[in-house]
Design a protein around this ligand. Sequence first.
Ligand code: PLP
Length: 452
Amino acid sequence: MNAVLSNHDLKKLDDAHHLHPFTDFKELSAQGGSRLITRGEGCWIEDDSGNRILDAMAGLWCVNVGYGRKELAEAGYRQMLDLSFYNTFFKTTTGPAALLSAKLAEITPAGFNKVFFANSGSEANDTIVRMVRHYWNLKGKPSKKTFISRTHGYHGTTMASTSLGGMSVMHGQGDLPLPGFVHVMPPYPFDLANGMEPEAFGRLAARMVEEKILELGAENVAAFIGEPIQGAGGVIIPPDSYWPEINRICREHDILLIADEVICGFGRLGHWFGSQRFGIEADFMTLAKGITSGYVPLSAVMVGDRVAETLIEEGGEFYHGFTYSGHPVACAVALANIAVIESENLVERTRTDIGPYLRAKLEEALDGHPIVGEIRSEGLIGAIEIVKDRKTRERFPGGGKVGLMARDHCFRNNVILRGIRDSLVFSPPLTLSHGEADEIARLAKLSLDQTA
Ligand code: PLP
């Protein structure tokens, strides 16, 4: 189809028939439809006009090993020829599913030895909601049903995962959250600390979780879920005091702890998993995105030993699963992806080399910039806070418009950073070169100059 139709025709077809996610359909059409992306290589994508665009978002925070890797493409191709599909229901498995489950048990923190596969982060979180409630029923504590999560948290778009998320605009569509999902404030020092010292603020934010547990009664609370660093909510990096306090609270009140590692996993923070960076002692981990670097859809629920034992020994048949749970092609690609992360030392490189280098270059380029209130990052994820006044941290009027304006300038300057409320966020491939980091810093400055 692509061979006979022009890019212009493709865009017309798209505009006529394609309902895009997270998009105002009418506005997109009025603006002439979508920009057509045609190729990707390394950290770069190309559009239909031949523009090369530096992708400082790794797609949707997922293309950890960069675009166009032959190793991953060949693994998928070979697997399709050998066995294109077989399911993992009803007492069958495949080689790639078996190998990947063992590999995930090996690279995740101690105490995670069991894996349940799904296709997306949303499905994995939905799966966890069912597993958690099933677990407490098995434990004879059926009143433990409520999930606590954070404002600005993002956990996906199914009914349960949107309910877990703390995005009010999303709750406004579909009459959400469902009953049994409540939210507390995020550990977001820049917006909420009000001059408080960060570590004290981190403890305070964690204690908000404890207050909510006490308000609801621990006997009614099933689990707390959080991203080690809140990604789509604006790259909210908690002070180091936050997660140890959450560990303590969950332990003391007998609440299960879920680390949603969909963005933070697979090297993004310079550790294999965000839980290792922050010392999170989770009962579940949600994995997706970087598990295949986005080459094919795959997600996984890591179930901690304590919960797994109960589910296995006492749970009977778990009436849950997706046709493509443990899809052999996706698992083969995930194995090739993990092999690349290992052989190119991308986790350590992110922590000790390219992560700090990008941060230093951004700080150098944006030093004293009139509308930059803060630059924060961890590994290769970060945010630039945009303010009207850098001293008072007064925001621009318009509730997030300035973030979108800055993002649009970036887009026109052929670098992709994302606008989230009043910030620009970045999360480039872990294969980013020093020269590409220089370019991100240069283009971010140019775009912020144009925004000011
Ligand atoms: N959890 C987190 C932390 C995410 O960032 C996302 C997606 O951005 C999801 C879950 C949902 O994943 P998916 O879009 O694959 O359903």
